[in-house]
Design a protein around this ligand. Sequence first.
Ligand code: SF4
Ligand code: MG
Length: 330
Amino acid sequence: AHPVLDITGLKRHFGGGAGTVKAVDGVSLTIGRGEILGLVGESGSGKSTVGRCAVRLDRPTDGTVRINGRDITRLSRRALRPLRKDFHLVFQDPSSSLDPRMTVGAIVAEPLRLHRIATGDALRERVAALLEQVGLRPEHARRRPHELSGGQRQRVSIARALSVDPRLLVADEPTSALDVSVQASVLNLLADLQRDRHFGCLFITHDLAAVEYLADRIAVMYLGQLVEQAPAAELFADPKHPYTQALLSAAPVPDPPRQRTRARILLSGELPSPLDPPAGCRFHTRCPLATDRCRTEPPALRELPGGGRQVSCHLVADDGTAPDASAPPR
Ligand code: SF4
Ligand code: MG
């Protein structure tokens, strides 16, 4: 079977000439049916742009996006319309993505009507069932988005996205605009729905605790490129890339606590501008382990033995032995 999402060599550049912002600069990843891939990185790393390109809300500059084996990279809006049933994006801030003039019932029903999946009583029944599945009550159907809490609004956008049973859900920071007190319940809801419906999910976040809880695999982005990819448990147990090590060392200790294997790694400096990414390894300006080679030669993203792991760092040996960025050589 085809992967639900298959992205190859994706580039998304904005502007031109010396002012070109290379927001995404050569990203390849796949998501299988029923699999959750967590995409993590600092804001400005390009992860939202990957998500927008995956559902063709943004047009890639180069590379290929396939959904269920079908190349959608360059399809016209018109050709895309019937295919949109298969992929949906849930945004960070539901207030900006839900039409304030529509009732909740109409918002959830709209994709079902557009794709001619249900009408009349069947449509009303499906909407009621969807609201129940996301933990809302039947009377919420008559309310408008502003009458709901932030968590309830995000439940509405999840119901809308899942109404047509997509194979791929892209969730871009789906809980980061919500009160901390309701974030966990919305994450639990996503996890439950995914278990029931087996959609593939690209889960974009900077919340490492959320990604550890939800994701099967994790891809780490830095300045428009992937620096590491691994099954979630392996990444948390043994991060190979110095940047991944730094990210994890700064994450709050989960509950129940996991053994910390490394001291906190403080990165010097800000994320460099994607307008002018550093030569060589893009991470060299902040990497505690950078050598002369790192400043000139970009490391390739390599497969490690054992399968399912990739990393781009000159100092990770071919057998997967990785340096410890919390203990740089003096
Ligand atoms: Fe650090 Fe060099 Fe590895 Fe880049 S290639 S992460 S600069 S050690
Ligand atoms: Mg973002």
